[in-house]
Design a protein around this ligand. Sequence first.
Ligand code: TYD
Length: 140
Amino acid sequence: MLESTVFNCNVLTLPKIHNRAGNITALNNSVDIPFDVNRVYYLYDVPGGEDRGGHAHKELQQLIVAVSGSFDITIDDGRNKKTVSLNRPYYGLHIVPGIWRDLTNFSSGAICLVLASHKYDANDYIRDYKEFIRMKKLCK
Ligand code: TYD
């Protein structure tokens, strides 16, 4: 968590099974996803102009997919920032532990699917940016 950087976070191209009646993307644990999935949740009905995120995780890994619509994710390791626009159901942003994230610019009707490595744990969150920076600076 201390040493992780935005360069450890990658946009993965997810498998797509295509036919004339549409597409399927199937995600197999530890095959298509670089960690074991223990929780799935999704954000929807995000009002126009509202942002989500605004925290980091100590242990949690996530794969974030715009299964409908689009939004931007800005990832930040305390030194570097990167903004990724997700707008296709076959792209997923893998976020490693120790990365601050802000989700912005949700399109109308956007659905943000999150595959997560651990069950919900409030103690895994770092919600104070100054505390996040303090924790990351320990290794610099
Ligand atoms: P949070 O993770 O802060 O949302 P976001 O990053 O999308 O802005 O969670 C918002 C609230 O929902 C918070 O009170 C915790 C709760 N929550 C759960 O109870 N279980 C979960 O799996 C998640 C993701 C959130």
